[in-house]
Design a protein around this ligand. Structure first.
Ligand code: MN
Length: 429
């Protein structure tokens, strides 16, 4: 086992123990503070952000890395140093935070400077996200959507079991958790309506997903094996791929999602590294028919991460959990998705993100979208404040959480959340 994943390790930052962010996690993010607005790299430990740029300036980082690499505004430059550097820095941070290591713990000046209370940190998008591709890799989700939208046909289209299906999303509207989401405007047409109408989306939805962050670039036209793709992933974060179902239903034939998916995709502030997730690797569902050779797995490449979705209406005292599922259910793994994508000739750059696709499980309470939970608006869901939902209302905050637990280890992803703001409407529309 990688020594940084040892379940017996504890930290002198006592809030780490039992939190989403114990010493075995050390997820990366980009933050600023009120007194220091530079966007810099940090790792989360308990209720603190460890300022890695400050550690480097204090000469506490080992190995020696290019000056300022943690203060460029994103993690791209650090990620670009490669896998061995990610690993070496993780090992050093783990060492500095260990309960039995006093180097940082007893240096009051460095400690005060480098450990920022989470309340004082403003989180930003951690990577540049030059490209965003969203897949459609949960068999349960694809089957449910097929049943709803093509009730007279086989729910899974014939290509689905052969190809990790996806579409090219908009990187320009990938935002960090906490950013409000404006209800989009668009065209809608019910199947029985004679003509389309224009207005605010009435079937606004979330999609529970995980985002993989590309950590090793793949030049245009180059290829990757599934094993290489697996090693090219820097880490994963929670992802809400917001969707306008009524706009989607009218526009999606024949070219697939377009305006229904462009208005926002929210990504959790913390990227949990592939190294921290190593102990949580599991085999995915059996793939039958067996994929073509270029898509076959050399090892278990799914991740056992428990996921939860909650909604908190505006002014409500509490959020209501409406779904619980697991990332391990995915039929196509991230490595298969990335290999398939690169093999087509697509350049993959550091900081690009790969959306897993909506993560739905096999039971009615494990579905990753309101489209499925309310069965396209036909089964309202009750919330703790006495209200009910089929789709999202203005003022609703959708909150995702994720946690991996196994063999005495337990690490979390924090939250991915966003509040729905009312649509902008102009007179005469
Ligand atoms: Mn999606």
């Amino acid at each position: 086992m990688n020594p940084t994943n040892d379940p017996s390790l504890t930290s002198w930052v006592t809030s780490a123990q039992g939190s989403d962010f114990p010493i075995q996690n050390l997820p990366w993010g980009i933050f600023s503070t009120e007194g220091d607005e530079r966007r810099r790299a940090g790792v989360r430990i308990g209720d603190r952000v460890l300022d890695v740029d400050a550690l480097q300036e204090a000469g506490l980082l080992d190995p020696v890395l290019p000056k300022g690499v943690f203060a460029t505004g994103t993690l791209d430059a650090f990620i670009g140093l490669g896998r061995e550097t990610w690993s070496a820095v993780r090992a050093r941070l783990s060492e500095l935070l260990r309960a039995d290591v006093t180097r940082l713990a007893e240096d009051a000046v460095a400690r005060t400077r480098a450990l920022v209370p989470i309340e004082a940190a403003v989180m930003h998008l951690a990577v540049s996200v030059g490209g965003y591709t969203d897949f459609y890799s949960s068999r349960e989700h694809a089957t449910n959507v097929g049943r709803m939208f093509r009730p007279n046909d086989e729910p899974l289209l014939p290509n689905w079991l052969a190809i990790p299906i996806g579409y090219n999303g908009r990187a320009s509207t990938v935002v960090v958790s906490g950013t409000p989401v404006r209800r989009p405007l668009g065209q809608m047409k019910a199947p029985t309506a004679p003509a389309p109408t224009f207005g605010p989306c009435r079937k606004l939805d979330f999609e529970l997903e995980m985002a993989a962050v590309v950590g090793v670039a793949n030049p245009m036209g180059a290829v990757m094996t599934v094993a290489e793709a697996d090693r090219a992933i820097f880490g994963w974060a929670l992802l809400d791929d917001w969707s306008a179902r009524d706009i989607q239903a009218w526009e999606y034939v024949p070219l697939g999602p377009f305006q229904a998916k462009v208005f926002a995709s929210s990504i959790g502030a913390w990227i949990v590294t592939a190294e921290a997730l190593e102990p949580f690797r599991v085999a995915g569902p059996v793939q039958e028919p067996e994929p073509l050779p270029y898509l076959r797995h050399p090892a278990a490449m799914n991740l056992d991460v428990e996921l939860e979705v909650a909604i908190r209406p505006k002014g409500a005292a509490e959020a209501t959990v409406i779904a619980r599922t697991n990332f391990a259910h995915m039929y196509w793994s991230t490595a298969q998705q990335l290999a398939h994508h690169a093999i087509g000739g697509c350049a993959m750059n550091i900081g690009d993100i790969i959306g897993s696709g909506t993560i739905s499980g096999p039971t009615p309470d494990s579905l990753g979208s309101l489209l499925e939970l309310s069965w396209n608006g036909t089964r309202p869901i009750s919330l703790a404040d006495g209200s009910s939902r089929t789709f999202l209302e203005d003022g609703d905050t959708v909150i995702f959480t994720g946690r991996a637990t196994r063999g005495g280890l337990s690490i979390g992803f924090g939250v991915c959340e966003g509040e729905i703001l009312p649509a902008h409407v102009r007179e005469g529309w």
